[in-house]
Design a protein around this ligand. Structure first.
Ligand SMILES: COc1cc(/C=C/C(=O)SCCNC(=O)CCNC(=O)[C@H](O)C(C)(C)COP(=O)(O)OP(=O)(O)OC[C@H]2O[C@@H](n3cnc4c(N)ncnc43)[C@H](O)[C@@H]2OP(=O)(O)O)ccc1O
Ligand SMILES: O=C(O)CCC(=O)C(=O)O
Ligand SMILES: [Fe+2]
Length: 359
């Protein structure tokens, strides 16, 4: 490892140019052996994660999917989506080997030299569907986040073969394909809870018409308490299927309370969360909950979310089945790609994104 650098020497060269423009990311910064956190990563005090708001006496539900035919399973899914917006699933049918392989491939991609990874950055990638980056949206952020990512929007196997990095392409595709059935079943259960009897072609597009897989890398951080891995946000998906390694660090906000609950890693489990699109489609019944990730001072962490989304050209708004029951719509009809662009053009700001769709 390189000798530890002092804050004075790190401030003397351009952190943003090194981490963002040249593609070294926070992994590159971490490997310099910094003793202190570069000032660009120091979050305002209200965004730094303190343990005073963390509660240890509660946890998100863990739902066993071994017996799909038991109506209690669907009930548990709908209850968790209403009360927590987050739950973990076990016995979900995705082979453990596929999960292990995609975690290993994620580590493999981030081990590549910066020049190799940077071929997939916004400025160098031949396609908007493949993007390597760091933090969330550095141009719009006052303080950066301690995370590097690779984001892959699925169009077709042929496009993935041509454009996705070979270090993780097959493993990412295998994870996406093997999760299809469980995603469909979860959405079927959630739709039944809204009185939607059948997922026809239109609903299929709205609920799962497009998918994006992200590979997140959170390297060991000097002074982790001053920054965040990911700031407070809700996802813009319908559902997110998240695989995490055994390090931990994801926190979920309790509904309507200033209290945060840790999502403990469970071997073989997958974390599921409701995103803004499903909150809007369900007219607020299912909750897209704020969550965030701490930076870790001792170990590197990875996670691999699959964001299940409407298609970019879909119009999203409260479903007719929900409104026909007499509910007053609280969201208007919006073009989904406008919604996502709004999300990506600002820094993480908790639950503010959904205001874009409020009546
Ligand atoms: C990265 O850290 C994250 C990510 C997240 C993500 C949570 C999610 O829920 S992702 C699911 C998003 N939904 C979809 O991808 C499906 C629908 N897709 C679309 O509507 C479009 O493909 C599009 C994403 C809107 C892009 O459309 P396009 O016409 O190509 O528009 P652009 O002008 O290229 O992009 C608009 C704007 O967004 C920025 N951006 C685009 N993709 C990404 C990306 N994968 N990661 C980061 N930023 C992205 C792009 O730079 C543009 O901004 P400018 O400032 O350059 O104008 C949760 C938490 C995280 O920490
Ligand atoms: O790393 C995690 O556990 C969560 C990441 C996350 O919230 C996201 O990528 O949207
Ligand atoms: Fe998220």
């Amino acid at each position: 490892m390189a000798p530890a650098l002092s804050m004075d020497s790190i401030n003397s060269w351009d952190v943003i140019s090194f981490a963002v423009d040249k593609g070294h990311g926070v992994k590159g910064l971490a490997e310099l052996g910094l003793e202190t956190l570069p000032k660009q990563y120091i979050q305002p005090i209200e965004e730094q994660i303190t343990y005073s708001t963390v509660v240890n006496d509660d946890s998100i539900p863990v739902i066993d999917l071994s017996n799909w035919n038991d109506p209690k399973v669907a009930e548990q899914i709908c209850n968790a989506a209403e009360k927590w917006g987050f739950f973990q699933i076990v016995n979900h049918g995705i082979p453990i080997e596929i999960l292990e392989n995609v975690k290993e491939a994620t580590r493999g991609f981030f081990q590549l030299p910066a020049e190799e990874k940077n071929k997939h950055s916004k400025d160098h990638s031949p396609s908007n569907n493949v993007r390597y980056g760091t933090s969330f949206t550095p141009k719009a952020e006052k303080a950066l986040e301690w995370k590097d990512f690779l984001s892959l929007f699925y169009v077709s196997d042929d496009e993935a073969a041509a454009l996705w990095p070979s270090a993780c392409r097959n493993e990412a595709l295998d994870f996406m394909k093997s999760s299809k059935l469980v995603i469909r079943r979860l959405l079927e259960a959630l739709m039944k809870g809204l009185n939607v009897k059948e997922i026809d072609e239109t609903k299929e597009s709205l609920l799962m018409g497009s998918k994006r897989i992200n590979m997140n890398y959170y390297p060991k951080c000097p002074e982790p308490e001053l920054t965040v891995g990911v700031g407070r946000h809700s996802d813009v998906s319908t559902l997110t299927i998240l695989l995490q390694d055994d390090i931990g660090g994801l926190y979920v906000k309790k509904l309507d309370r200033d209290a945060w609950v840790h999502v403990p890693p469970i071997d073989g489990a997958i974390v599921i969360n409701v995103g803004d699109a499903l909150q809007i489609l369900s007219n607020g019944r299912y909750k897209s909950i704020e969550h965030r990730v701490i930076a870790n001072g001792r170990r590197n962490r990875i996670s691999v979310p699959i964001f299940v989304n409407p298609r970019p050209n879909d119009i999203i708004g409260p479903l007719p089945e929900v409104i026909e029951r007499g509910e007053k719509p609280i969201y208007k009809q919006v073009l989904y790609s406008d919604y996502v662009k709004h999300f990506f053009r600002k820094a993480h700001d908790g639950k503010e994104t959904v205001d874009f769709a409020k009546i």
